[in-house]
Design a protein. Structure first.
Length: 141
């Protein structure tokens, strides 16, 4: 009998762990600890993360960003201008990989226009040209 292995995308684990640690609160010594919820600010992290699939980019070596593998239509991810194939390289003035950028990314998607999202988008197929720009932006079609 072989054991069943679960496959959870790395970014899901990173984003959930970061977001939950940012949401947890410390209680006074006399009261029991408060359980962290999968919510931050006024958006639902679980729902937001279920609407897109991101992978570290590049897949090996130091992380330079997150590649958007899939996004649901009419989700906050598409509303800020992200689409399949984009590589998210920075949020605000912080490069992906710096402390807090995972939660910053979720906030920027949940609240369009709050923080610029810097991306690289390739057009013209795998050997086409790559453009680097910030969202919100009038994105090329």
């Amino acid at each position: 009998m072989t054991a069943k292995r679960w496959s959870i995308p790395f970014i899901t684990v990173v984003l959930v762990a970061t977001a939950l640690s940012a949401c947890s609160t410390k209680s006074p010594k006399d009261s029991p600890p408060v359980q962290a919820e999968a919510k931050a600010d006024d958006f639902d992290i679980s729902k937001l993360m279920s609407e897109a699939r991101l992978r570290p980019f590049p897949e090996t070596g130091p992380r330079e960003g997150f590649r958007v593998e899939a996004v649901e239509a009419a989700s906050p991810w598409t509303q800020v201008g992200l689409r399949k194939g984009d590589v998210i390289v920075a949020v605000g003035n912080k490069a992906i990989g710096e402390t807090g950028t995972s939660l910053d990314l979720l906030r920027a998607v949940a609240h369009p226009g709050s923080e610029p999202i810097e991306i690289i988008r390739r057009s013209g197929g795998p050997h086409g040209t790559a453009e680097r720009f910030q969202l919100p932006h009038t994105v090329p079609k």
